[in-house]
Design a protein around this ligand. Structure first.
Ligand code: AMP
Length: 144
């Protein structure tokens, strides 16, 4: 299974982004309203400055308390974002996520972002694939 196939199973809403000057409070509002776990920080919606996940917000709240909510996202984001391409295999992307201990990965083409997948998207797609393989194998064994 390729990343491109996983992207096709997602609603084509594009990637949710916030501008670098956005406050942490506003980013938390976006995460909550969109029911997502991470938001890409980008000035133009295509080029990434970083990524902010719910973990970054909780970490800063735990460290510094609610004062962090009025800071801007660029002060708490991860700037070195690990990405993947449409042509990569889901298993390899899962490995990147496991090794890097993150659950979100933007999909890029050249230097532009074309999508974002979460560990939940990858696991869901792999489970569907495994179920299909199981049915096919059962069919072969039973002689269908
Ligand atoms: P997550 O598990 O995705 O909620 O993120 C855990 C931590 O990894 C947070 O500090 C994020 O900013 C960071 N992070 C999330 N996605 C990525 C990514 N694709 N590349 C690098 N860091 C990331």
């Amino acid at each position: 299974m390729l990343v491109s196939q996983i992207l096709k199973t997602k609603s084509d809403d594009g990637v949710v982004t916030v501008a670098p000057g956005t406050t942490v409070a506003k980013a938390a509002e976006v995460l909550s309203a969109r029911k997502i776990g991470a938001v890409v920080v980008s000035a133009d919606g295509k080029h990434m400055a970083g990524i902010v996940s719910e973990r970054d917000v909780v970490r800063e709240l735990g460290r510094r308390g609610p004062t962090c909510l009025s800071d801007t996202v660029d002060s708490i984001m991860t700037a070195r974002v690990v990405t993947c391409t449409r042509a990569e295999r889901a298993d390899d992307v899962l490995q990147k996520m496991t090794d890097g201990r993150f659950r979100h990965i933007p999909v890029v083409e050249g230097d532009e972002m074309v999508g974002l997948i979460s560990i939940g998207d990858v696991v869901k797609a792999r489970l569907a694939e495994l179920a299909m393989e199981k049915d096919a194998l059962e069919g072969m064994i039973k002689g269908f």
